[in-house]
Design a protein around this ligand. Structure first.
Ligand SMILES: NC(=O)c1ccc[n+]([C@@H]2O[C@H](COP(=O)([O-])OP(=O)(O)OC[C@H]3O[C@@H](n4cnc5c(N)ncnc54)[C@H](O)[C@@H]3O)[C@@H](O)[C@H]2O)c1
Ligand SMILES: O=C(O)[C@H](O)[C@@H](O)[C@H](O)[C@H](O)COP(=O)(O)O
Length: 293
C-alpha cells in the first residue's frame, strides 16, 4: 500500500523504515529537509495515488493543527488523514469535522512503543469509522507488534487517543511507583545493591514489566542515577487523564499524585512548604530553616 508520512522524527523516521521493510511505499515529508523524501506537503500529496492515506506524526497541538489545516486544502474526497501523534482526544472530533466537510476521512491512532517500535512494533489504539479503519489494515498490520495483541480498534473518532491517554496515565503511575521504591531502597543502609534488587525482580515477581526492564537498563548505565537531575517533564497526556477523571467523577489518586510529583520535581524550593513551615512555627513554635541565599 502507499502512504504519506508527515513528521520523520524519533517516531515517524522509524515508522517509515518499518513500513518500508514490510513492502509499503512511503512518501515522507518533514520541515527538516535532511529527513524528508519530498520538499513540500504539496509534493507529498502529488506523489500519492488516490484514494490517498496520509499519516501525521508531528508534535500534538499547534503543529498537528497546522498540518491538518494544510491537508484539508490539499487532499480530495475519499482520502484519509491519520493522526498518530499524542493529540488530545478532544482535538479529534474537531479534525474529523473540519476534514469531513470536505469529504476527507479522519482516523486517530494512539501509538505506543517509543524508539523501540522499529524493532518491537508499535502498539496501536485506533479510533474512527469501521470502513475507514479497515481500509488501513495493511498499514496497521505492518506497524503493530508481531504477536496477537498490540492493536485495537477502540471505537469511534477520539477513542484511539482517549485509550492512549489512559495508557499514559497508567505509565505515569507505574513509573512513579518504581521511582519511589527505588528511592526508599537507596536510602537505607541495610540494602547493599539496589540495582541488583531491581534486576532480581525481572523474573518471578508480581511487579516484573517492561518499565522495570528499562529501569534496570538505566541503572546499568548509571548505577545511582548520579548523572541525572531529579527533574521530569510532561507532554500533556497525564494532565488530560486527570481532567477526564474530574469530568467523569472517577477517582484517580495514583495517577494524579504521579502527575503532581513531576510538577514538584521542577521546583528548587517548595513555596507551599514555606507556608507549612511558617504555620507550624506560628502555632507550635516549631523550628524553621532559613531560605537558601
Ligand atoms: N517519542 C515517543 O516515545 C512517542 C511515542 C508515541 C507517540 N509520540 C508522539 O508522536 C509524535 C511525534 O513524536 P516524536 O517523538 O517523533 O517527535 P520528534 O520531535 O522527534 O519529531 C517530530 C518531527 O516532526 C517534524 N515537524 C514538526 N512540525 C512539522 C510540520 N508542520 N510539518 C512537517 N514536519 C513537522 C519535526 O521536524 C520533527 O522531525 C508526537 O505527537 C508525540 O507525542 C511520541
Ligand atoms: O507509550 C509510549 O510510547 C509513550 O508514552 C510515549 O507516548 C511518550 O514517550 C510519551 O509521550 C511521554 O509522555 P510524557 O512526556 O507526558 O512523559
Amino acid at each position: 500500500m502507499q502512504i504519506g508520512l508527515v513528521g520523520l522524527g524519533k517516531m515517524g523516521g522509524n515508522m517509515r523504515e518499518r513500513l518500508r521493510n514490510a513492502g509499503h511505499t512511503v512518501v515522507g515529508y518533514d520541515t527538516n529537509p535532511e529527513r524528508a523524501d519530498v520538499d513540500s506537503l504539496v509534493e507529498l500529496v502529488d506523489r500519492l495515488e488516490r484514494p490517498r492515506a496520509v499519516w501525521v506524526m508531528v508534535p500534538a497541538g499547534a503543529a498537528t493543527q497546522h498540518v491538518v489545516d494544510q491537508l484539508a486544502t490539499l487532499l480530495k474526497p475519499g482520502d484519509t488523514v491519520i493522526d498518530g501523534g499524542n493529540s488530545r482526544w478532544t482535538d479529534d472530533e474537531k479534525h474529523a469535522e473540519e476534514l469531513g466537510k470536505r469529504g476527507i476521512n479522519f482516523v486517530d491512532a494512539g501509538v505506543s512503543g517509543g524508539v523501540w517500535g522499529l524493532k518491537n512494533g508499535y502498539a496501536l489504539m485506533v479510533g474512527g469509522e469501521k470502513e475507514h479503519v479497515d481500509d488501513l489494515k495493511p498499514i496497521f498490520d505492518a506497524l503493530k507488534p508481531d504477536g496477537p495483541y498490540g492493536y485495537v480498534h477502540a471505537g469511534k473518532v477520539g477513542a484511539g487517543h482517549f485509550s492512549k491517554m489512559v495508557h499514559n496515565g497508567i505509565e505515569y503511575a507505574m513509573m512513579q511507583a518504581y521511582a519511589e521504591g527505588w528511592e526508599l531502597l537507596e536510602k537505607v543502609d541495610s540494602v547493599d545493591n539496589v540495582r541488583e534488587v531491581f534486576r532480581s525482580w525481572q523474573e518471578g515477581t508480581v511487579i516484573r514489566s517492561w518499565l522495570l526492564d528499562l529501569a534496570v537498563n538505566a541503572l546499568d548505565e548509571d548505577q545511582h542515577l548520579e548523572k541525572l537531575r531529579g527533574y521530569a517533564d510532561d507532554s500533556g497526556e497525564g494532565r488530560w487523564t486527570v481532567e477526564a477523571a474530574i469530568d467523569n467523577a472517577v477517582p484517580l489518586p495514583a495517577i494524579t499524585a504521579s502527575l503532581f510529583a513531576r510538577f514538584a520535581s521542577r521546583q528548587d524550593d517548595s513555596p507551599q512548604m514555606k507556608m507549612i513551615a511558617a504555620l507550624r512555627n506560628q502555632f507550635g513554635g516549631h523550628a524553621v530553616e532559613s531560605a537558601k541565599k
